[in-house]
Design a protein around this ligand. Sequence first.
Ligand SMILES: *[C@@H]1O[C@H](CO)[C@@H](O)[C@H](O)[C@H]1NC(C)=O
Ligand SMILES: *[C@@H]1O[C@H](CO)[C@@H](O)[C@H](O)[C@H]1NC(C)=O
Ligand SMILES: *[C@@H]1O[C@H](CO)[C@@H](O)[C@H](O)[C@H]1NC(C)=O
Ligand SMILES: *[C@@H]1O[C@H](CO)[C@@H](O)[C@H](O)[C@H]1NC(C)=O
Ligand SMILES: *[C@@H]1O[C@H](CO)[C@@H](O)[C@H](O)[C@H]1NC(C)=O
Ligand SMILES: *[C@@H]1O[C@H](CO)[C@@H](O)[C@H](O)[C@H]1NC(C)=O
Ligand SMILES: *[C@@H]1O[C@H](CO)[C@@H](O)[C@H](O)[C@H]1NC(C)=O
Ligand SMILES: *[C@@H]1O[C@H](CO)[C@@H](O)[C@H](O)[C@H]1NC(C)=O
Ligand SMILES: *[C@@H]1O[C@H](CO)[C@@H](O)[C@H](O)[C@H]1NC(C)=O
Ligand SMILES: *[C@@H]1O[C@H](CO)[C@@H](O)[C@H](O)[C@H]1NC(C)=O
Length: 251
Amino acid sequence: MEFSCFCRLVVLVHLFILCVSVTHLHSLATDEAALLALKAHINPETQNILANNWTAATSVCNWIGVTCGGQPRRVTALNLPSMGLNGTLPPHIGNLSALSLFSINNNSFYGSLPNELSHLRSLKTIDFGINFFTGEIPVELGNLTMLNDLYLSYNNLEGTIPWEIGFLTNLKNLSISHNHLTGHIPSSIGNCSLLKEINFSGNNLTGLGKNCTMGVEDGPGTGGFGNFLTLSKSEYAMSFHGGGGGLVLWM
Ligand SMILES: *[C@@H]1O[C@H](CO)[C@@H](O)[C@H](O)[C@H]1NC(C)=O
Ligand SMILES: *[C@@H]1O[C@H](CO)[C@@H](O)[C@H](O)[C@H]1NC(C)=O
Ligand SMILES: *[C@@H]1O[C@H](CO)[C@@H](O)[C@H](O)[C@H]1NC(C)=O
Ligand SMILES: *[C@@H]1O[C@H](CO)[C@@H](O)[C@H](O)[C@H]1NC(C)=O
Ligand SMILES: *[C@@H]1O[C@H](CO)[C@@H](O)[C@H](O)[C@H]1NC(C)=O
Ligand SMILES: *[C@@H]1O[C@H](CO)[C@@H](O)[C@H](O)[C@H]1NC(C)=O
Ligand SMILES: *[C@@H]1O[C@H](CO)[C@@H](O)[C@H](O)[C@H]1NC(C)=O
Ligand SMILES: *[C@@H]1O[C@H](CO)[C@@H](O)[C@H](O)[C@H]1NC(C)=O
Ligand SMILES: *[C@@H]1O[C@H](CO)[C@@H](O)[C@H](O)[C@H]1NC(C)=O
Ligand SMILES: *[C@@H]1O[C@H](CO)[C@@H](O)[C@H](O)[C@H]1NC(C)=O
C-alpha cells in the first residue's frame, strides 16, 4: 500500500518535471520556429548574413540580432536595422511572446502589419520605420499597453489613425510621419499622458477633431497642456516637453 503510494508520487513528480521541461523547450523552440518562419519570408537574395547565421545548427540565442533573457530563456529582443532585408512579416511573429524590442528599421519589408503583433504583450519598442509597409495600422495595437515607443515613419501606411492608440497609456514617442494616413488625429491620443514626442508630418491628416482637449490637466509626467487645439494644417509634428506644458508644432 505504502509502496504503491510512493510509486504514484514518483510517477507524478516525473510527470511534473517532464511537463515543466517540455514547456521550457516548447517556448524557446516556438521562438526559433517563429524566427525561421520570418527568415523564410525574406527574399533569399537579401538574407545576407542571416542566410548562414540563422540556422538550426546553433541556439537561436546566438543568432545575429537576437537577444534572449528571462527564466525560462526566451527571445526578448529582435534588432535587425539596416540589413537590406526584403520580405514580409508572417503571422508566426505573434508567437514571440516574450519580445520586448522589435526593430527592423530601414529595410525593405512590405505587405501589411500582421494583427498577430498585438499578441506580443511585453513589447516596449516597435521600430518599423523606413520600410514599405502598406495597409492600415491595426486597431489591435491598442492592446500593447506596455508600449513606450512606436515608430512607423517612412512607410506607405494608409487609412486613419486608430482611436485605440489612446489605450497606449505608457507611450512616450509616437512617430508615424511620412505615410499616407488620412482623417482626424483621434482625440483619444490625449489619454497617452506620458507622450513626449509625436510626429505626424508628411501625411494627409486634417488635424484634431474640433474641441479636442489634448493632454490631461494634472498629474506627474503629463503632457501638460489642457488647452484646446484645433489644427488645420495637414503636416505637423509636436513635441511635449514633459510636465512643462510646452508644445511645439512643426507646420
Ligand atoms: C551568428 O552571428 C553572431 C553575431 O555576429 C555570431 O556570434 C555567431 O557566431 C554567428 N553564428 C554562426 C553560426 O555563424
Ligand atoms: C539604411 O540601410 C542601408 C543599408 O541597407 C544603409 O546604407 C543606409 O545608410 C541606412 N540608412 C539609414 C538612415 O540608416
Ligand atoms: C522587394 O521584393 C518585392 C517582391 O519581390 C519587389 O516587388 C520589391 O521591388 C522589392 N523591394 C525593394 C525595395 O527592393
Ligand atoms: C505559431 O504561429 C503560427 C501562425 O500564427 C501558428 O500556426 C502556430 O501554430 C503557432 N505555434 C507554434 C508552436 O509555432
Ligand atoms: C484587442 O483589441 C481589440 C480591438 O481593440 C479588442 O476588441 C480586444 O478585446 C482586445 N483583446 C484583448 C485581449 O485585450
Ligand atoms: C481614456 O481614459 C479614460 C480614463 O482612464 C477611459 O475611461 C477611456 O476609455 C480612455 N479612452 C481611450 C480612447 O483610451
Ligand atoms: C522619438 O523618436 C525620434 C525618432 O526616432 C527620436 O529622434 C527622438 O529622440 C525620440 N524622442 C524620445 C523622447 O525618445
Ligand atoms: C518629424 O519628422 C520629420 C521628418 O521625419 C523631422 O524633420 C522632424 O524633426 C521630426 N520632428 C520630431 C519632433 O520628431
Ligand atoms: C488629402 O485629402 C484630401 C481630402 O481627403 C484630398 O482632397 C487631397 O487630395 C489629399 N491630398 C493628398 C496630397 O493626398
Ligand atoms: C465646442 O465647445 C464649446 C464650449 O464647450 C461648445 O459651446 C461648442 O458647442 C463645442 N463645439 C462642438 C463642435 O462640439
